[in-house]
Ligand binder design. Structure first.
Ligand SMILES: Nc1ncnc2c1ncn2[C@@H]1O[C@H](COP(=O)(O)OP(=O)(O)OP(=O)(O)O)[C@@H](O)[C@H]1O
Ligand SMILES: [Mg+2]
Length: 233
């Protein structure tokens, strides 16, 4: 579905993505890595939010790189951006009604059923929501677009542990809706619970790809690639 080949991104002199290749099909794919390694830059490059200098991005066999973000979205790609980016002036319900489509897998009633907290807060404005509630809203907004592929940039950030467990269930259910998932996570527990294979990003490259079970058990690799604090246990 998504095919990224030898992708490079430069910000001025800084060579941030240094040849990333990856493919996302029907099964969720997870990328983990320390701070500043280029994970968000990769998400933004796929979404058309930053320009690329070399390499290619294809989606469903069609070239994606060079398209404006709204055109990427129309092709069926949605992003849950790091830091949520919800609208302070809109209520929960207004956020959802902005993107909802009829007759699709994800509807507003389904969102409220899946995230009861959002139903309780439906009339509240963006600024009245906690960080975790904003994160849920950002996730719900992307799902409501019923994309073919959803890119989530650290969706568990700021969520209480019990909500993280719930998020894992939601993410594991996406293939049943025919939704592909590219998941960027610092929380190894989430990444390994959702994806069968994990790619590790180190300074703008995919340094290794391994079965989730192997990484979950390999404390040496966790220390080397993620730092002890990021092991998620
Ligand atoms: N617009 C920009 N201009 C210049 N440098 C940037 C820009 N955006 C990001 N960078 C740099 O690119 C590198 C990769 O950043 P990026 O946000 O992609 O990392 P990340 O892996 O998502 O980190 P984190 O885990 O903290 O979210 C960092 O060194 C960052 O400072
Ligand atoms: Mg990031």
């Amino acid at each position: 579905m998504l095919e990224v080949r030898d992708l490079h991104v430069r910000f001025g002199q800084a060579h941030i993505l240094q040849g990333v290749s990856l493919a996302v099909g029907a099964r969720p794919v997870a990328i983990v890595g320390r701070n500043g390694m280029g994970k968000t830059t990769l998400c933004q490059a796929v979404m058309g939010l930053v320009g690329t200098s070399e390499g290619s991005i294809a989606f469903a066999g069609q070239k994606l790189d060079g398209l404006a973000p709204f055109r990427v979205a129309r092709r069926g790609v949605a992003l849950v951006p790091q830091g949520r980016r919800t609208f302070p002036s809109l209520s929960v319900d207004e956020h959802l009604r902005l993107v909802a489509t009829r007759g699709a897998a994800w509807t507003i009633p389904r969102v409220y059923e899946t995230f009861p907290r959002l139903a309780e807060r439906r009339r509240n404005g963006g600024t009245e929501l906690s960080g975790g509630e904003q994160q849920m809203l950002a996730i719900a907004r992307a799902l409501l677009m019923n994309p073919k592929l959803v890119i989530m940039d650290e969706p568990s950030e700021g969520l209480a542990p019990v909500i993280v467990d719930h998020l894992i269930d939601v993410l594991r259910g996406l293939p049943a809706d025919g939704m592909g998932l590219l998941l960027v996570e610092q929380n190894l527990r989430v990444a390994t619970a959702v994806a069968e294979e994990i790619s590790i990003m180190v300074t703008g490259r995919i340094a290794a790809t391994m079965p989730a079970r192997d990484l979950a058990e390999d404390q040496d690799a966790q220390r080397r690639y993620l730092g002890v604090a990021a092991s998620g246990h």
